[in-house]
Design a protein around this ligand. Structure first.
Ligand SMILES: NC(=O)c1ccc[n+]([C@@H]2O[C@H](COP(=O)([O-])OP(=O)(O)OC[C@H]3O[C@@H](n4cnc5c(N)ncnc54)[C@H](O)[C@@H]3O)[C@@H](O)[C@H]2O)c1
Length: 366
């Protein structure tokens, strides 16, 4: 079993192993509050049918009472309305402040359950069992949790670290192929931020779902990403500085998601475009060479065809970039590769350069 420590105010460990879901009870018992009797699994119907039975069996064996709160499937359910329903479900089944919540699902379930755990009775213990590749390498680690407001994504949130993260790569076998590969762009992000070896690993891992899922390097890939995220978060839990580097590819990525109403791109796919755009900017500003830019493009492209950019207006996209949460006084902030395995944060990209590259980007898809 691979174990990765996360050194935040309340430190914890991430465990990675195939088949681990069947031993999740023991791991949860080791981190549960002493008086914990009830465990609430927050999940959606699909995941409940696929995996909740296995988690429940290991918890019941240890004497826990297991209760369920199901939420809708999809980003549109990551709202305060769902929080209220889930809290109602927890209260009506008597979850107490010494009990524990398990988030069983992708980033949507994890973010919502984290928010509930951070606010229910002013905070109860919780554990992440991420079931998408994106959640396994990114959203389940680091303690950011949020729900959406109609005026913006992730606008209402709290920092709430889990007591542990239980990663079973085998559960990815039921994940739709598009979801699996959309997460690979986040892995490319980690490689560019901190790890040129991970970059090389990503170049050689299989590019079809069945081959990737049965490849032993999958655990290594997940572990490398978790390690980098845990390392960055351990130094800057509340994103006052360094943690911002995790936003590589997200300035353009979020803008693309916003202007297409969140229904053309998977989040990771938008980040894939964002990474290509960041490397174009980096090349333009002399931070990387043409060869490095080509290497990055080739890696991004190797994970399949990204959805088209047709019909996206560069002026509208520039407007969305300026409104990004990360912008400072209207100036867009970009995380840019500075070689492979290192990044810099820049808020001084000339608007003329930005506009020119954006036009080229939209015309040629880069
Ligand atoms: N908190 C953070 O640090 C952080 C970081 C990145 C992203 N996020 C958030 O994560 C969310 C996206 O998460 P996601 O990409 O995991 O999407 P998701 O949670 O919507 O899951 C994608 C789809 O896959 C299904 N699914 C999940 N696991 C499955 C499995 N093993 N088998 C079959 N189907 C499965 C889900 O039901 C869903 O339909 C966004 O809301 C984003 O804001 C949060």
């Amino acid at each position: 079993m691979l174990t990765i420590p996360v050194r935040t105010a309340e430190s914890y460990e991430i465990f990675i192993e195939r088949g681990l879901i069947d031993r999740s009870g023991q791991i949860i018992r080791a981190v549960a509050p002493q008086n914990c009797r009830k465990i609430a699994i927050i999940t959606n119907r699909r995941l409940s049918e696929l995996y909740a039975g296995r988690v429940t069996a290991t918890l019941r064996e240890l004497g826990y009472e297991v209760i369920f709160c199901l939420m809708g499937d999809g980003e549109r359910f990551k709202t305060l309305r769902t929080v209220e329903k889930v809290v109602g479900c927890l209260l009506s089944q008597g979850l107490g402040r010494h009990d524990l919540i398990v988030a069983l699902g992708g980033g949507v379930v994890g973010d919502l359950a984290g928010f509930v755990a951070g606010t229910f009775m002013r905070g109860v213990a919780f554990v992440q069992i991420p079931t998408t590749l994106l959640a396994q390498i990114d959203s389940s680690v680091g303690g950011k949790s949020a729900v959406n407001h109609k005026l913006g994504k992730n606008m209402i949130g709290v920092f709430k670290q889990p007591r542990t993260v239980i990663i079973d790569p085998d559960v990815l076998s039921t994940l739709p192929q598009r979801e699996l590969f959309a997460a690979m762009y986040e892995a490319v992000k980690y490689a560019l931020i901190a790890d040129s070896d991970l970059f090389e690993l990503l170049e050689v891992v299989p590019k079809t779902a069945s081959a990737l899922l049965s490849d032993r390097r999958l655990e290594e890939l997940i572990a490398c990403c978790c390690y980098i995220k845990a390392d960055v978060v351990s130094r800057d839990e509340r994103e006052t500085g360094e943690r911002k580097i995790l936003n590589l590819g997200h300035t353009l990525g979020h803008a693309l998601e916003t202007v297409t109403g969140y229904n053309r791109f998977k989040h990771g796919e938008a980040v894939g475009y964002g990474i290509m755009f960041a490397s174009s900017l980096a090349k333009e500003l002399g931070l990387i060479t043409k060869e490095q830019q080509d290497k990055i493009y080739n890696l991004v492209r190797s994970f399949g065809r990204l959805p088209s950019l047709d019909g996206i207006d560069s002026g509208v996209l520039l407007g969305a970039i300026a409104k990004d949460k990360k912008s400072v006084a209207g100036r867009a902030v970009f995380v840019l590769p500075n070689g492979i395995g290192k990044v810099v944060i820049r808020d001084d990209v000339p608007i003329e350069v930005l506009g020119r590259l954006l036009n080229r980007f939209l015309e040629q898809g880069l």
